[in-house]
Design a protein around this ligand. Structure first.
Ligand SMILES: *Cc1c(COP(=O)(O)O)cnc(C)c1O
Length: 374
């Protein structure tokens, strides 16, 4: 940056796959064979071999009946939520859900309610309310002449806080109240579970989440988004998800790189890279705590250094930048006002020496952090 090398501690390329030779090679080969672009929407004539192979590979990787890739995680969220619910339905979101799912819920036309972050009692209260609401004879009929539906949406690993959703409890609640559950695994895929499918696998709720969502652009090192679930869900989306239907198919190189990434993540090397990542996460935690920062109890590659005031977060970020460390300050509207932070992330490709350089930069800060946001 500006002619000076800086160490990136804010990437979501957790497994270091974006520059892996296997992904680059797959992308280059796809360009040579299929060209730079797809030329049309998938439903017209843009569906190329890598797109079909990617959908199949995603379903096998996730252990679901079917899967569908989108041009981004954002597009997957928009297309899917709007295809599943509308006026007369109810969407219940975790307070800290990603912006793409807030936008999707709003655009869908459904009634939107928000529960306190990871708060099961609050979620249950809203589910009880929703149950009563959908029984009311005065309720607006749902658009396709079916009973009113309730959809709960949460993330498995929260993108700016690094904490995990209590998925087992949420699954029990949504089942008890007859709701659907959509889980965004953007920061869980590739990192959790025996087969590295995500937190849904790790928490053993695989068959009980109707809609699994994620991105191909983080741990998988490529670009695009996906939905995994039942055959019926995927068939519905192919015919109803507007961000899928009315958008040019992703570049074949992106799809091919994602296929290579899925293969890699599922292999022994995937497990080695995950272990390398956790080793670096643990070292970073030690160093950060050793320098006087309070870290929330997170079990992910996202370590939020909570600062509070926006200006203070910007100051610390600048000081680190001057010392060769890149960790941008995360501020409103990405997080709530007064909860600014440095979102520190580890990747499998950080060297131990780079971590020591971060430690030295933290030690040299003009003043210590003011304390955690809460
Ligand atoms: C990054 C992200 C997305 C969007 O995925 P893209 O592929 O970048 O569009 C969705 N949800 C969460 C939680 C994310 O962090």
């Amino acid at each position: 940056m500006a002619g000076v090398e800086r160490i990136n501690f804010s990437s979501n390329d957790y497994l270091g796959l974006a520059n892996h030779p296997a992904l680059k090679e797959a992308a280059v080969r796809a360009v040579e064979r299929f060209g730079a672009g797809s030329g049309a929407s998938r439903l017209v004539c843009g569906s190329l071999a890598p797109h079909h192979e990617l959908d199949d590979a995603l379903a096998v990787f996730k252990g679901t009946e079917a899967a569908l890739s989108f041009s981004s995680g954002y597009a997957a969220a928009m297309g899917t939520v709007c295809a599943l619910v509308g006026k007369g339905d109810i969407v219940i979101l975790d307070k800290l859900i990603h912006a793409c799912l807030i936008d999707a819920a709003r655009l869908s036309g459904a009634t939107v309610r928000v529960f306190k972050h990871n708060d099961l009692a609050d979620l249950e209260e809203i589910l009880v309310w929703a149950g009563a609401e959908r029984q009311k004879p005065s309720a607006t009929p749902a658009p396709v002449g079916r009973p009113s539906q309730v959809l709960v949406i949460t993330e498995s690993v929260f993108s700016m806080d690094g904490d995990l959703a209590p998925l087992r409890n949420i699954v029990e609640l949504k089942e008890r109240h007859g709701a659907w559950l959509m889980v965004d695994e953007a920061h869980g895929t590739g990192l959790f579970g025996e087969h590295r499918r995500g937190v849904i696998e790790a928490m053993e709720v695989s068959g009980r989440v109707e809609i699994q969502m994620g991105t191909l652009g983080k741990s998988l090192g490529a670009a695009g988004g996906y939905i995994a679930g039942s055959r019926m869900l995927i068939d519905w989306l192919v015919n109803r998800a507007r961000s899928f239907i009315f958008s040019t198919a992703p570049a074949p190189a992106a799809a091919a790189a994602a296929i290579a990434a899925i293969e890699l993540v599922g292999s022994g090397e995937g497990e080695e890279r995950r272990q390398a990542l956790w080793g670096r996460v643990n070292r970073l935690k030690e160093r950060v705590i050793g320098r006087g920062w309070l870290l929330p109890a997170v079990q992910s590659a996202i370590l939020p250094l909570m600062v509070g005031p926006e200006s203070e977060a910007v100051r610390i970020s600048r000081e680190l930048y001057d010392q060769g460390i890149l960790i941008p300050a995360i501020r409103y509207p990405t997080v709530a006002r007064g909860k600014a932070r440095l979102r520190l992330t580890a990747t499998a490709s950080h060297t131990w020496e780079e971590i020591e350089r971060l430690d030295a930069a933290l030690a040299a800060l003009v003043s210590a952090p003011v304390g955690p946001g809460d």
